[in-house]
Design a protein around this ligand. Sequence first.
Ligand SMILES: NC(=O)c1ccc[n+]([C@@H]2O[C@H](COP(=O)([O-])OP(=O)(O)OC[C@H]3O[C@@H](n4cnc5c(N)ncnc54)[C@H](OP(=O)(O)O)[C@@H]3O)[C@@H](O)[C@H]2O)c1
Length: 332
Amino acid sequence: MRSVQVGRLEGPAGVEVVQAPEPTAGPGQALVEVHALGVSWPDLLQTRGEYQLRPDPPFQLGVDFAGVVREAPDGSGVAPGDRVACCLPYGGGADLVAVPVDAVLPLPGPVGFVPAAALPMNYLTAQFALGTRAQLRAGETVLVHGAAGGVGTACLQVARGLGARTVAVVSTPEKADFARSLGADHAVLVDGFLGAVRELTGGTGVDVVVDVVGGDRMTDSLRSLAPLGRLLVVGFTAGRIPEVRVNRLLLNNIDVRGVGWGAYALVRPGFMREQWDALLPMLASGVVDPPVGTTYPLEEVSRALTDLEQRRVLGKTVLTLRGEHRPAPQPA
Ligand SMILES: NC(=O)c1ccc[n+]([C@@H]2O[C@H](COP(=O)([O-])OP(=O)(O)OC[C@H]3O[C@@H](n4cnc5c(N)ncnc54)[C@H](OP(=O)(O)O)[C@@H]3O)[C@@H](O)[C@H]2O)c1
């Protein structure tokens, strides 16, 4: 079978598709035939040894994927032939993968494999961030940084599903249009976002900020919060981890809360399935509808990772293992 291997910690250039023996299922594991494999920022970080998890090369890349169950233990809630989405810390990038049954999530009939590969990590992270960590209530306002990216688009949609108003913050007008097309109530450019937020909220500020970017926007993000507001630290795509002067929290009665979905969900049996069950009504109603950007054949995994790194993608990039792929849009 084909396997996406990180041979050297050199970023996308160190990744290749090689032939490998098929795995067998261990205790508590299902075997899943992979049809579509998501490409995410954590994949990219792992290719450089810069993620929280640092497996020694060579290792098999791949966090999110979707496919068909070939083999499953009795009582696991899934059976051979079932269509599923799955999430692993890494290792999902192959034609056949052994997956702990807790991380095997049954797919509703109408959802295709490509959008399904965009679902698990981003949408369960969004739900954990907004529901569990922010305790978001209907009627509140949520600002999302990096709102045209994978986690960002998921946060826009899950926030809407929870009854919130959304403000997308993005770097280009094209990304602003994209965020609006996904249901963002407002989309503003990162340059001057604080002023725009004050205007949109009549000076009150927003209740929740979701920050996947980090870098130098932290202070303005804190300034954009209403009293009792919560800023969620989700990621650092800008490359720099910001620092917080805690007097700001005291003066304005605001919180900064960390969101580490994997560290929480992957070690709590049953938690991911509970989250998945809570997401299914949002999928059924259409409020959750993962935007897939470009699809590539599996063999083009390095190119897909490079496009992500160079900030060229809208929505989720997906690699197909057994189906058609959609060509990348030509640069303007
Ligand atoms: N904490 C958790 O549980 C958790 C779970 C999953 C992912 N994450 C993290 O969340 C972050 C976002 O992941 P993602 O998959 O959504 O990534 P993504 O699809 O690439 O989106 C990230 C966004 O960051 C913005 N950005 C700002 N500066 C950038 C730069 N220098 N280079 C690239 N992008 C930049 C871009 O938006 P603009 O161009 O509009 O600024 C981009 O759309 C990553 O750090 C990832 O590790 C955390």
